[in-house]
Design a protein. Structure first.
Length: 142
């Protein structure tokens, strides 16, 4: 199954499970720039969740992220903090999937979720630090 096909299957599953309407272009969603995401993540101010799929994670991830593939979000939604005092950033490869999942979670009452503009493809282009998932160790210390 291709990544794009998996994306649409996962997105459809999210909308089916959560019973969500399609994303509305009039509804602005909270998001952050890639620079802001990196600064907040490295300062330990947010929990960053990488929603790319495992084969994408294998190319490298930001140190300290939580790996939660989009295809598993509906089944593992309880693992995502819902408390407003725990900010959460969702990151994917660009921002398309993380925006869609942010929309779905906001519809479920998650008000602490923002998506990252640019995503891991831009992170890698900038030469920012990345680790292999097996080398991943906890969130960065503040």
């Amino acid at each position: 199954m291709t990544v794009l096909h998996r994306f649409f299957v996962s997105l459809g599953l999210l909308f089916f499970v959560f019973g969500l309407p399609a994303c509305s272009p009039e509804t602005p969603l909270p998001n952050v720039t890639l620079d802001q995401a990196r600064a907040e993540h490295e300062a330990g101010k947010v929990l960053m969740i990488d929603i790319r799929e495992p084969q994408e994670h294998a190319t490298g991830v930001a140190q300290g992220v939580v790996l939660l593939p989009m295809s598993q979000v509906a089944q593992r939604v309880a693992e995502i903090p819902k408390q407003t005092d725990q900010p959460v950033l969702l990151i994917c490869n660009t921002q398309n999937r993380s925006r869609a999942v942010t929309q779905a979670l906001h519809e479920q009452g998650f008000t602490n979720i923002r998506y990252v503009n640019g995503g891991m493809s831009e992170w890698a282009k900038r030469g920012w630090p990345m680790v292999k998932p097996q080398d991943l160790v906890g969130p960065p210390k503040s």
